[in-house]
Design a protein around this ligand. Structure first.
Ligand code: IPE
Ligand code: IPE
Ligand code: MG
Length: 259
């Protein structure tokens, strides 16, 4: 209490944050956290700004969230950045979003490398503009030897399309004698999905008050814990992530069994 008065506001905040991180680390931290980063447009609208201002602000929150996830010892952070349905948006908005990976990685990549973060991506690469793909692939390449947090961008990702594609590959492998029908099980099917190298998310967070999945990881989220908040993505703070983890740690995961 005494220290609170002695320390400047900033210092006080960071030591509180550090204490909270240490406290949470005493209990299991979710290994894979997935976030539907929603509410950028509404954040901008509230301020009479164009929607793209919200996306720009949201990008800063990606950086803060990544750094905290890394500090917490989260193994994988999947961020839903653009869905296969988001192409329906106005052309200028889509173009702006497709510039963000370059802007984000242009300034942030050295920090990711330094902090041992590995960048990955799930989603349909072939429809992305060349400059967007180039920025992502550069980041993937430059961080491939890192073994800390995996920062996985879901970009032009859609879960139903992913499942259909997996089914097509299964049929093809079956036809070609690579896969026997009797060997197909849930684990094998998972290996046909874009997320084959990831464990299923332990925790799903969605911001902005929408209570839906919007075609995100329908298969992978079968037994994940969900945490929804009304906070708009650009307002999502370190404390919100810590709150989500704290709530996650209080949940009882039963996976259909009894404890
Ligand atoms: C999420 O924010 C970012 C993307 C979908 C790219 P939105 O742009 O969906 O923001 P709202 O939902 O319109 O407020
Ligand atoms: C989901 O948000 C996609 C991303 C956050 C990238 P949307 O804003 O596109 O979802 P809906 O349209 O409200 O369902
Ligand atoms: Mg939205």
């Amino acid at each position: 209490m005494f220290n609170k008065f002695r320390l400047g506001k900033k210092q006080e905040h960071s030591s509180t944050l550090r204490d909270k991180i240490e406290e949470l680390k005493k209990q299991p931290i979710p290994e894979h956290v997935a976030i539907i980063m929603d509410g950028n447009g509404r954040w901008a609208k509230k301020r009479a700004l164009p929607r793209i201002a919200g996306h720009h602000e949201g990008m800063k929150v990606v950086r803060k969230t990544t750094m905290l996830a890394n500090k917490l010892g989260i193994k994988a952070l999947t961020l839903y950045a653009f869905s296969t349905e988001n192409w329906k948006r106005p052309k200028n908005e889509v173009e702006y979003i497709m510039r963000l990976p370059e802007e984000f990685l242009g300034t942030f990549l050295p920090e990711l490398v330094e902090n041992n973060v590995q960048v990955k991506m799930i989603g349909y690469k072939n429809q992305l503009p060349v400059h967007t793909l180039h920025a992502i692939e550069k980041a993937i390449e430059e961080t491939k030897d890192n073994n800390g947090l995996v920062l996985n961008f879901a970009l032009n990702y859609g879960s139903r399309a992913e499942i259909i594609d997996a089914v097509k590959q299964v049929l093809n492998d079956s036809k070609n004698g690579i896969l026997n029908e009797n060997d197909l099980n849930e684990d094998v099917f998972s290996s046909y999905l874009m997320t084959s190298e990831f464990n299923d998310p332990d925790l799903l967070i969605r911001t902005s008050g929408e209570i839906r999945l919007s075609n995100f990881m329908l298969w992978q989220l079968a037994y994940s814990e969900f945490w929804f908040t009304d906070v708009l993505w650009p307002d999502f703070s370190e404390d919100h992530l810590l709150e989500a983890i704290e709530i996650f740690q209080k949940r009882q995961r039963r996976f259909g069994g009894v404890l």
